[in-house]
Design a protein around this ligand. Structure first.
Ligand code: NAD
Length: 321
């Protein structure tokens, strides 16, 4: 599908250019964008002719005017902070458009259930970005795992993506707005693990702080020790010496899976899949939303039981406390 009209909410942020590019690469057009922050020079590289508004009410009025003039809005793309997603999705559905919303689609299972009812009421669809499911290495892993007879694989997942002090001053550092690190950063990996190894049977949390979290998951076909961190001091020495800020490791039954490359165009690929009728919707997102919600609510057990070895690393203080 091409030549479709898009509107975008949250166009001034970090991830928005990947959506602008995906809209362009799929031969569609942006007709309007909203952001309370007007640092949106990036639009020139993609859609200089699109309307840009900093006030929601004017954005709403503009879309209504286009509608009354017979211009159909096909999709609303959402790149706003996590806690605003469900309200922005509802706005998109009320515009009689389908919605493409960033991860995590919503913060709580009941938000997703409400959106399911909104889909039925409006007859429109909600899609989300779960780009790891489109990563060739992860797809090959899923195929390989499905062919093996092993009852429970032993998995260690470590994902360290260093963030500076700005993170704690932004909405991303606020639990009610981002959901905290397990939700905001971990959701990609939790979705991937459930997608490959099946439903969650047991979940324990050993550590859950502003800058790191660790726990243990029992899935239908895997036992997973997981560790997530945004503290650069938790990066392996070899990564730090090379000036790197990210470390991704998945060890399955003692074997390392290499998947550092291949992340660049996955938003465009996500859009292609959605436009071809193969997008991931509310049902696909639900299991990982339920898991991250339960992780947020869980009692933190400390270093007991099946904890990830990196959970024992020394912990620093919150930079602003
Ligand atoms: P960001 O803070 O850089 O951008 C968010 C933007 O939303 C900002 O420009 C902000 O001004 C705008 N905004 C705030 N309130 C708004 C409102 N009421 N209406 C409209 N716009 C509003 O954050 P980001 O890193 O770009 O993240 C945006 C979303 O994308 C989040 O949900 C995040 O989890 C997700 N994300 C996904 C990936 C991925 O790999 N799929 C990567 C990064 C971020």
């Amino acid at each position: 599908m091409k030549d479709l009209n898009f509107a975008l909410i949250g166009v001034a942020g970090y991830v928005a250019p990947r959506h602008l590019r995906a809209i362009k690469d799929t031969e569609n057009r942006l007709i309007a964008a909203l952001d309370p922050n007007d640092s949106v020079g990036v639009m020139d590289a993609y859609f200089p002719d699109a309307a840009f508004l900093v006030e929601f009410e004017r954005f709403d009025r503009h879309l209504e005017k286009l509608r009354q003039n017979g211009q159909k809005l096909h999709y609303v793309s959402i790149c706003s902070p996590n806690y605003l997603h469900d309200a922005h999705i509802r706005f998109g559905l009320r515009q009689r458009a389908d919605v493409i919303c960033e991860k995590p689609l919503v913060l709580n299972p009941w938000n997703a259930e409400a959106l399911q009812r909104n889909e039925v009421e409006t007859g429109q669809r909600v899609y989300t970005i779960l780009q790891l499911r489109l990563h060739p290495v992860i797809q090959a892993l899923k195929t390989r795992m499905a062919q093996q007879a092993v009852q429970k694989h032993e998995v260690d997942l470590s994902y360290i993506t260093a963030r500076g002090n700005w993170y704690y001053a932004s909405w991303k550092g606020e639990m009610p707005k981002s959901g905290g690190i397990a939700t905001n950063i971990g959701i990609h990996f939790f979705d991937m693990l459930i997608w490959i190894f099946g439903a969650v049977q047991k979940s324990e949390v050993h550590l859950h702080r502003h800058d790191r979290a660790a726990g243990y998951l029992e899935l239908e076909r895997a036992r997973v020790r997981w560790f997530l961190s945004i503290d650069e001091k938790t990066l392996p020495q070899a990564v730090r010496e090379k000036g790197g800020r990210t470390f991704r490791s998945i060890r399955i039954d003692g074997e390392e899976l290499e998947f550092s490359e291949g992340f660049t165009d996955l938003h465009t690929e996500s859009y292609r899949e959605i436009l071809a009728g193969r997008g991931f919707g509310l049902d696909d997102a639900a299991p990982s939303i339920a898991l991250v919600h339960s992780i947020r609510e869980a009692e933190v057990l400390g270093l007991k039981g099946e904890y990830h070895p990196l959970a024992a690393l020394p912990q620093g203080r919150h930079p602003f406390k």
